[in-house]
Design a protein around this ligand. Sequence first.
Ligand code: PMP
Length: 284
Amino acid sequence: RTVYLNGEYLPEAEAKVSVFDRGFVMGDAVYEVTSVLGGKILEFEGHMNRLARSMAELEMTCDLTRDEWVEIHRQLIARNNIDEGLIYLQVSRGNAGDRDFHYPPEGTPPTVVLYTQAKQNLANDPKAKTGIKVISLPDLRWHRRDIKTVQLLYPSMAKMAAEAQGKHDAWFVEDGFVTEGSSNNVYIVKDGKIITRQLSHDILHGITRASLLKYAAEAQMEIEERPFTIEEAQSADEAFFTSASAFVMPVVEIDNAAIGDGTPGRVAARLREIYLDESLKSAI
Ligand code: PMP
């Protein structure tokens, strides 16, 4: 695989980052994951805008222009012959030459890494037909979940805990209400209405979420942005989640309770179709 590191395209084995890099030592880095379908990048503007916002919130800078970001994405797609897959992008605050809590001096270049992950069946994921099962866990993450940092230890622990119980993923709960999934935004459907938690520092502002709510509104579907509990989700007609890599994914069980009749719901299936159609139209 050819990867991108600080201006160079390199074989992955030759792409090396310092042991003093703050991404490595402090988790001081932000990231994005973008889908590629038919060799085209989905939701490019959305992901770039959120990257800029994450960096601004952390006073991180990177002087790549939009056109340069596009070029890197396109080069990696071409050099790795990606038809369907993901592009992982990470920017860390760089390497100040030694471990130090303080940010490195102004002008220290960030470390920019991008690589592709080829995937089959991203659009035709068999899990979209069967739905997935989740457990709930307390949300033990920090309180700026709107910033997309690489501090993913708790989400990793949550996915391992779900798997240990034979389930696929976890939904996080704080103060009695669901925040989001371990790596996705979550929704329930009741009497045709789509319910999802409103944006705040408590959740990541999903790029898929923003587009999906826009498409749902255009299709005259009713949307309510408010928190809900696990109990309300368990008695909903449908549940699903969204993310850049899973698009719209039905959830058929929460903490061993079947949602609806225990099979993927019609609203989720329709939204997945609409989302794939519409996001492909604006793919670049
Ligand atoms: N919440 C969390 C915690 C995530 O990690 C992700 C995936 N990046 C999402 C929500 C979904 O965001 P997006 O639709 O932009 O992938």
